[in-house]
Design a protein around this ligand. Structure first.
Ligand code: AMP
Length: 357
């Protein structure tokens, strides 16, 4: 047995639904989970053995937390990298801080992806309000401005066209370092989700077709159709190269636009991903389980798909009128995250529907 023994402690930075689902997978494998999050009321600590409340820049509390853990991982991408580097000097952090550092900045991640051979949407860095006009002159007026850091689920973004009030757009991205990115006329969106072990073995799940609304994932479905199927292998090659270059351990997600000219890199997430939630019921081993297996040194489980067709829908905002329908369908699997407040645009849960032909 060459992996962490049962009842070892896995530390998770973050207390949201991804941490909750990782914690449940870890518990199934006999591990104890210690959650670290700033919020006292968080949904991950409800299903975990231990919890430390602390902010992500409180080095002393983080170090005490880390000293209790055999391995530390994260669901939250915006932990200050300097803090993580200090933790990493003494304790085991998987994936490593370099992966997180790159994924925290859109500019850094695009440059890294390009270095690994990716095609990205054309982009120009924006450092202040005055840069915007010149950037539009370079890229054209059909674009998206995105804050370089701290953006998620379409937040910190502004669509730009000829009619846009640029000062308003600058406010919308938070008046901070940003990038202007050309608007990609894509046919579809998909993600490559892989797991890499510390020996460098890589396994992939099938790629779903992902549909976003207002920048938030609404649906992931499989099979993804011929266009995505034809671009999957090139996208996988790039994702593997990124993982190898980073000496990555755990689940890595890379999101792509499928265009008529091939796959265009959009962004990467150094963690389990919303577009892989269907793997819980629809594959032999879920993304959450393989992440825990990888970071604890266990061999990975099969990622084989078990249904003919799959649809994963996010429950965003008020979902309550959908519950009767979901619960009366035996092929639908309901996950409610247990968040106390229903807020418009907030991910409250998801449903996976399996179809057998
Ligand atoms: P992101 O946070 O960058 O993943 O953006 C969220 C969603 O906005 C993406 O999944 C796309 O649906 C859309 N989007 C982002 N960037 C672009 C782009 N350059 N061109 C077209 N759509 C985009």
């Amino acid at each position: 047995m060459n992996f962490l023994k049962p009842s070892s402690v896995i530390g998770i930075l973050g207390g949201g639904q991804l941490a909750k689902m990782m914690s449940m997978a870890a518990s199934n494998l006999g591990y104890k989970v210690h959650i670290y999050a700033p919020e006292k009321d968080n949904i991950a600590s409800e299903v975990s053995a231990r919890f430390t409340q602390g902010s992500y820049d409180d080095l002393e509390t983080l170090m005490t937390f880390a000293s209790d853990c055999n391995v530390i991982t994260y669901e939250f991408e915006n932990v200050p990298v300097d803090t993580l580097k200090k933790i990493e000097k003494k304790y085991v952090l998987r994936p490593n801080s370099q992966a997180l550092e790159i994924a925290q900045s859109r500019l850094a991640e695009k440059k890294y992806a390009e270095k690994c051979g990716a095609i990205t949407a054309r982009y120009v860095p924006i450092l202040n309000r005055e840069d915007i006009e010149a950037s539009i002159a370079k890229l054209g007026a059909d674009a998206i401005m995105k804050s370089d850091r701290l953006g998620y689920d379409g937040k910190g973004q502004a669509r730009i066209d000829e009619t846009t009030n640029l000062s308003g757009a600058w406010m919308a991205v938070g008046q901070r370092d940003a990038i202007l990115e050309e608007y990609v006329d894509f046919e579809a969106e998909f993600s490559v989700i892989l797991t890499r072990t510390f020996e460098g073995n890589i396994i992939f799940w099938d790629s779903s077709k992902n549909i976003h609304q207002h920048g938030i994932l609404k649906q992931a479905s499989l099979p993804a159709g011929p266009l995505i199927a034809s671009q999957r292998s090139e996208a996988r090659k790039l994702a593997s190269r990124i993982a190898d270059e980073l000496d990555y351990i755990g689940v890595l997600t890379v999101e792509f636009f499928a265009t008529t000219n091939g796959p265009v890199f959009n962004e990467m997430a150094p963690r389990v991903h919303n577009s892989g939630h269907w793997t819980i019921e629809a594959t032999v081993t879920s993304q959450f389980e393989n992440h825990i297996r990888a970071i604890t040194g266990m061999p990975l489980g099969s990622t084989e798909t078990l249904a003919d067709r799959i649809e994963m829908e996010n429950l965003i905002g008020d979902y309550t009128d959908q519950l009767d329908n979901i619960l009366s369908d035996n092929n639908k699997h309901l996950h409610l995250y247990g968040k106390d407040k229903i807020i418009e645009g907030r991910k409250m849960g998801h449903v996976t529907r399996l179809y057998f032909d």
